[in-house]
Design a binder for this molecule. Structure first.
Ligand code: CA
Length: 217
């Protein structure tokens, strides 16, 4: 993750926290450095402050999009005005957070917005089939019995994980770590399994007591 932010204390706490959540962070404090690194294309997401010492974050965002980059961008704004938000989203931001924000929420949004990993992008329509369900990791769709199943991004991540293990048991700890990161509470998994079952059918996901869950379709 590329963090463009000039408040030293915020940078320090975010960097430390994000590393704990297994997110690699490169932090710079000016718009110029941010833009240069963003265009080098090694990043999966940029978190961009609006109030920077050399130029507005909006300017960085506009230049980035003008260069054809589709790097996902979350803007950080000290102001909560609707105008700022609209401006950011119009200039190609994918999401925004108003300061002060909760760290957990930032991590959740970073995970949600971060560009799909290359192996998913190159997957050349590699469908994952388990039982009567079929998941398309590129289009991010799931269909069971040929009927589209609408899923939230988090539900999709969980379905993807379970189905990509090809009917094997996924341990609870693995699912929590991969879908929610290390800050997850244990019971969030049960809640999402329940959501997912309402979409794909109660019998489609088996509970393996004391171990985890298995997708059988
Ligand atoms: Ca600032």
């Amino acid at each position: 993750m590329l963090l463009v932010e000039d408040e030293a204390r915020l940078v320090e706490s975010l960097t430390k926290g994000l590393r704990t959540a297994d997110v690699d962070v490169t932090a710079v404090r000016t718009g110029r450095d941010g833009l240069r690194l963003a265009l080098e294309d090694g990043f999966d997401i940029m978190v961009l402050d609006i109030g920077l010492p050399d130029q507005e974050g909006f300017t960085v965002l506009r230049k980035l999009r003008a260069s054809g980059s589709e790097l996902p961008v979350i803007i950080l704004t000290a102001r909560t005005s609707a105008e700022d938000t609209v401006r950011g989203l119009e200039r190609g931001a994918d999401d925004y957070m108003a300061k002060p924000f909760s760290f957990d929420e930032l991590v959740a949004r970073v995970r949600l917005r971060a560009r799909a990993r290359p192996e998913e992008e190159q997957g050349s329509a590699q469908l994952i089939r388990v039982g009567r369900c079929e998941l398309d990791p590129i289009e991010r769709t799931l269909a069971c019995d040929g009927i589209d199943v609408p899923l939230s991004p988090r539900e999709f991540q969980l379905a993807h994980l379970l189905m990509s293990r090809g009917g094997e048991v996924v341990p609870r700890a693995d699912a929590l770590q991969e879908v929610w990161g290390s800050a997850a509470r244990d019971n969030v998994l049960d809640v999402y399994i329940r959501y997912l079952r309402t979409h794909v059918g109660q019998g489609a996901i088996e509970t393996v007591r004391g171990v985890g869950y298995r997708f059988v379709g």
